[in-house]
Design a protein around this ligand. Structure first.
Ligand code: SAH
Length: 254
């Protein structure tokens, strides 16, 4: 059983590895969200949670001059971040740490800005917001991107796809309410453009599918994982108006 789980986890990484990003986003959206954080102290400490291969970490390091601590559970992605940060010449300002977002090894009030692109859902948005609130200094910012419904009555196919992974998925208004309930002021939010779904994520993922189908030919369980990925890409093409990815920026009151 454990071996089976391990094997399927490896298939999952095989599907996901080598992509520029591990989720929806773009450098442009990262910088747009950062533009809402207009009042950072001169010396600022930033935490990037679920940094993955670190495209947004490096974008932040290019735009800010403070220290960034980037955390992810998976060493493989952290190695990709390290290489990317070295290539961009910003590695000296990035601390890379393997840790789980539900057990972050930091003192309360350690950060001026907590960043999280496409990973808050793993712990849950309300739970993530609560944990970040403790880690933020007064007047610190939080910026995260998250999947949202953009249609009141989305098609059943789409609901079925997201139900298992995102059981508490809500819309923009629902997420704003969660931010407020967690004790933050809402500073801003925006929907990511369609290009942020495709350029660094779904298009390179789709390009891997034929190779993956060939590699796992005859392996039913592995092919089911490849197939779910194919279905996710297909649904995005068919129902771009039903759901979206939104950035939210909040601030801990001073
Ligand atoms: N921010 C990156 C990655 C988003 S995908 C980007 O936008 O490209 C979600 C990331 O969360 C993955 O890198 C995954 O390895 C990481 N992750 C999954 N579970 C985690 C946990 N418990 N703690 C920290 N990171 C986790």
């Amino acid at each position: 059983m454990a071996n089976d789980d391990e094997r399927l986890t490896e298939v999952f990484f095989d599907v996901q590895r080598g992509l520029p990003r591990q989720g929806i986003g773009s450098e442009e959206s990262t910088l747009r969200a950062l533009g809402f954080c207009t009042d950072l102290p001169v010396e600022h400490e930033v935490l990037d949670v679920g940094c993955g291969p670190g495209m947004q970490t490096v974008a932040l390091a290019g735009a800010l001059d403070g220290r960034i601590t980037a955390v992810d559970l998976h060493e493989e992605f952290l190695e990709e971040l390290r290489a990317r940060a070295v290539a961009a010449g910003v590695i000296d300002r990035i601390t890379i740490l393997r840790a789980s977002m539900d057990d972050l090894p930091f003192e309360p009030g350690s950060f001026d800005l907590i960043w999280c692109e496409g990973a808050a859902y793993i712990m849950g948005v309300p739970e993530s917001l609560a944990s970040w609130h403790r880690l933020l200094r007064r007047a610190g910012y939080v910026a995260f991107s998250e999947l949202v419904w953009t249609m009141a009555d989305p098609p059943a196919e789409v609901v079925d796809l997201f139900q298992p992974g995102y059981p508490s998925m809500t819309d923009v208004e629902g997420t704003l309410a969660r931010i407020h309930e967690a004790g933050y002021d809402v500073i801003g939010h925006f929907l990511l453009p369609e290009s942020a779904w495709w350029e660094d994520y779904l298009a390179p993922l789709e390009a891997k599918l034929p190779g993956l189908s060939a590699r796992y030919a005859g392996d039913k369980e592995a092919l089911a994982i490849v197939d779910t990925t194919r279905q996710e890409i297909e649904l995005r093409r068919r129902f771009p108006d039903a759901y979206g990815y939104a950035f939210f920026i909040g601030r801990r009151p001073s």
